[in-house]
Design a protein around this ligand. Structure first.
Ligand code: FAD
Length: 435
């Protein structure tokens, strides 16, 4: 495979991590993005590297794998550039989940027991332990769990550092270059038409985040990846008052829900600069990027229940982004069975920062035909959630050949409602050339 030309389509954290792995493996990597590197979803979320919000199943396994990889990846980045590694703001600070109702406490304890059986460290905190760990958290809690494996990064800096490694290993980056359509030869993807001309390669990796569905449709092989909006409030820099990633026990249910309507829960964390990030919300509203006061006010109210002392702090701004959502809440990682030469690395929803490095390692092993560190089949492209009712047969999708049941393992996850396909109408048909 040495010298194989790979085009990574999308320079968010997932594309950056994939470019790094493939360039370090000796492949000839070109990364293209219609915007700037790390300027889309990766710059519009938070930077939690979590195991605490995932129940037993393939997503938790990928999170545990990624959590093991992050320190190793950062060590190699530090060897190249201490400054780049430092900018990532890696903080293995741990997470704390707090229940404020009896029902929430029961569910949290049950969930943690299942996680422990899957190798997650989840330690019960009594009232004194919680007060010591988080002195400003509400005393009106019914249970609290400490997850020491949870960590945090600055996402855009993490993506830049991963991309920096890729470039140092010989990759090239073309920004301001939109992927418009495919060039195929003998049923194989051999090139892409971009706003800056034709780009030929042996392999193409769709790492277009929430636009992965749209980009895949442009290449003639649509996948069902859609946007799921989330908004965050940012305080001015504050004296230290939040020491872990702290969230209410409802969060796990909100993450696992497939509902289109607004889901909110309190998620609070500080950053190295002193600002506190207050989330989180989930809405399926297409690519509507308007900030909604009714969403922000619910998010703020829930955060105040968790941290009453936040009531008096100034909020300096709010922002939001689009999580890349797949109806079964699992990422899409692997070769496209319909179009030779096309690979996918997308659909990480609210966990793409944490999962990026594990995804990239899996993709590298799959491309090189090497054994993978974990079972990658739950993420494969030809599963019903990816090629099911929302894929567009007219654009090349075929029904999944061998149905494989996969689940994110979260509680309260429900089937996606029908009839809400993302618009793939901007598809540019593939042009076929004969050799
Ligand atoms: C509010 C919020 C909070 C979040 N918090 C966390 C968190 O704490 N922890 C966590 O792990 N994850 C979190 N996430 C999720 C995480 O941000 C995403 O999963 C991750 O950033 C996805 O990265 P990506 O590289 O796949 O996508 P992106 O960063 O969106 O990158 C995709 C790139 O593809 C490019 N592109 C798209 N279409 C084309 C085209 N046609 N041609 C060329 N280029 C194209 C885009 O310009 C973009 O740069 C959060 C997300 C949100 C919205």
């Amino acid at each position: 495979m040495y010298g194989t030309r790979v085009a990574v389509l999308g320079a968010g954290i997932v594309g950056a991590a994939c470019a790094r792995e493939l360039a370090l493996a000796g492949l000839e990597v070109t990364v293209v993005d219609r915007g700037a590197a790390a300027s889309a979803t990766t710059a519009h979320g938070e930077g939690n590297v979590l195991v605490s919000d995932k129940g037993p199943g393939p997503e938790l396994e990928l999170a545990q794998f990624s959590r093991r990889l992050w320190p190793q990846v950062l060590d190699t980045i530090a060897e190249r550039s201490g400054r780049a590694a430092d900018a990532v703001e890696w903080e293995p600070k741990g997470g704390i989940v707090v229940a404020t109702t009896d029902a929430g406490a029961r569910e949290l304890v049950r969930f943690a027991a299942a996680q422990r059986a899957a190798g997650v460290r989840a330690e019960v905190l009594d009232a004194d332990g919680l007060a010591e760990a988080e002195p400003y958290v509400t005393p009106a809690h019914t249970a609290a769990l400490h997850y020491p494996q949870d960590a945090q990064v600055q996402p855009a800096a993490a993506a830049a550092a991963l991309l920096g490694d890729a470039l140092a290993a010989g990759a090239t980056l073309g920004t301001g270059r939109e992927v418009l359509g495919a060039v195929t030869r003998g049923g194989r993807l051999t090139g892409i038409r971009t706003s800056a001309g034709l780009l030929e390669a042996d392999l193409f990796v769709n790492a277009a985040g929430p636009w992965a569905g749209e980009l895949a449709a442009r290449l003639g092989a649509p996948v069902d990846v859609r946007p799921r909006r989330g908004d965050i409030l940012v305080t001015t820099p504050l004296p230290p008052m939040v020491f872990h990633k702290v969230y209410d026990a409802d969060y796990v249910g909100a993450v696992g829900s497939s509902a289109e309507e607004l889901q909110t829960s309190a998620v609070v964390e500080s950053t190295r600069g002193g600002s506190v990030l207050i989330g989180s919300s989930r809405r399926r509203v297409g690519f509507d990027d308007r900030l909604r006061p009714e969403v922000l006010s619910v998010v703020a109210a829930k955060a105040l229940r968790l941290f009453p002392t936040l009531a008096g702090v100034p909020v300096m701004r709010a922002y939001g982004g689009f999580r890349p959502y797949v109806p079964d809440h699992l990422p899409v990682i692997g070769a496209d069975p319909r179009l030779a030469g096309l690979w996918h690395a997308s659909g990480h929803e609210g966990a793409g920062i944490g999962l990026s490095v594990g995804t990239a390692r899996l993709l590298r092993c799959l491309i090189l035909g090497e054994p993978t560190d974990m079972d990658a089949t739950p993420f494969r492209v030809d599963r019903p959630a990816v090629l099911g009712e929302h894929a567009h047969p007219a654009n090349g999708a075929r029904p999944a050949s061998s149905a494989h049941s996969a689940s994110s393992g979260r509680p309260a996850s429900s089937a996606s409602p029908a009839g809400s396909a993302h618009p793939a109408s901007s598809a540019h048909p593939a042009s076929e050339e004969t050799a």
